[in-house]
Ligand binder design. Structure first.
Ligand SMILES: [Zn+2]
Length: 338
């Protein structure tokens, strides 16, 4: 614990998690945890964890236990930004788990990370359950959601370039976390690659909490990766709505229509308040076979990416600076491994 004085204005990085296991992983990823929280934490109904990653003070909060969805996410981030005002001018991250959309072009696997980068006509997050039916009977999402601030997007570009040059820091962050919190390894360690099964889209889950009764001959054939345990990072649009996506045909239809590579349930609630960047570890394939096996490691992978990003992020720390809202042109807008 460091001794220099901190107040609510010294926090420029805010992180929102939706589930307790996501909060566990993110907290374990901190370089330092502050214990003198009582005198600065606001009585706003949120519970906060305070600490540091690299040079940044970080405030983390989680949705109330048992709640989920865009409305609760909006309420939680709104309170955090009121209590820690400079998070509005710094960076807000939504860090947790999601369902991934596999395709031959985007070969996303369980335990990979998806990051909400503006791509095509969307700003990184698409609320796919909110829209209108046009004159031809086609559903169109309405309400453009904000993009992450320009400084966050330029950091993404730098991080992608640095990773291509020097390799990813994620394995280092994950192994450091487990060496400091070895009791988490049993529950939060990476499941074996043989437990990553994507069934063909037309084959529904049989019964039970695992796929023990499902027909393994209907698993989608995919190439073996050169390094199967490595976490790959994918950049693109993420679909968000107040319902769980667990229907493979709907998943593929919406993914094609909106150009999304993952599904989750909170980000759309944040975007207009916080211009957040969404970082999600892939825990299932958003189909009827989803189960909890990969939840914890996916949360660790997302937290490791959040750390990697913050180590590359240079906050300007100018009180009163206006939030950046001008449109941002992304040169490399396609999803791809990073
Ligand atoms: Zn199954």
């Amino acid at each position: 614990m460091s001794s220099h004085r901190r107040d609510v204005y010294s926090y420029w990085v805010g992180i929102i998690c939706a589930l307790p296991e996501e909060l566990t992983a993110m907290t374990a990823m901190l370089d330092e945890t502050y214990t003198e929280t009582d005198d600065i934490v606001q009585q706003d109904g949120n519970a906060y964890t305070l600490g540091a990653i690299g040079k940044h003070n970080v405030v983390i909060t989680c949705l109330a236990s048992g709640t989920y969805g865009t409305v609760e996410a909006a309420r939680t981030v709104d309170k955090m930004m009121s209590s820690f005002p400079n998070t509005e001018y710094g960076v807000v991250l939504m860090v947790g788990i999601c369902g991934g959309v596999w395709s031959e072009a985007v070969d996303v696997r369980l335990g990979d990370v998806v990051v909400s980068q503006p791509t095509g006509r969307h700003g990184g997050v698409v609320q796919y359950d909110f829209g209108k039916i046009d004159k031809d009977g086609q559903f169109l999402p309405t309400g453009a959601l904000s993009k992450p601030p320009r400084q966050v997007l330029t950091t993404l570009s730098k991080l992608r370039a640095d990773t291509a040059l020097h390799g990813s820091g994620l394995p280092r962050h994950v192994s450091k976390m487990f060496s400091e919190h070895s009791h988490l390894l049993t529950e939060f360690g990476r499941p074996g690659t043989e437990e990553d099964r994507l069934f063909q889209w037309h084959y529904r889950h049989q019964s039970g909490s695992t796929c023990a009764k499902c027909d393994l001959s209907l698993v989608q054939k995919r190439p073996i990766r050169p390094d199967p345990d490595a976490v790959q990072v994918w950049y693109g649009n993420i679909a968000s709505a107040n319902k769980v996506m667990k229907h493979a045909a709907d998943r593929d239809r919406i993914a094609q229509r909106e150009g999304v590579i993952a599904f989750e349930m909170e980000a759309a609630g944040l975007m207009d308040t916080a211009c957040a960047l969404v970082i999600r570890g892939v825990c299932d394939y958003a189909d009827s076979h989803k189960n909890d096996r990969w939840h914890n490691f996916a949360a660790v992978a997302a937290a490791a990416y959040a750390k990697e990003l913050l180590l590359a992020y240079r906050s300007r720390k100018m009180p009163g600076e206006k939030r950046i809202r001008e449109p941002v042109v992304i040169q490399d807008a396609g999803a791809g491994a990073g």
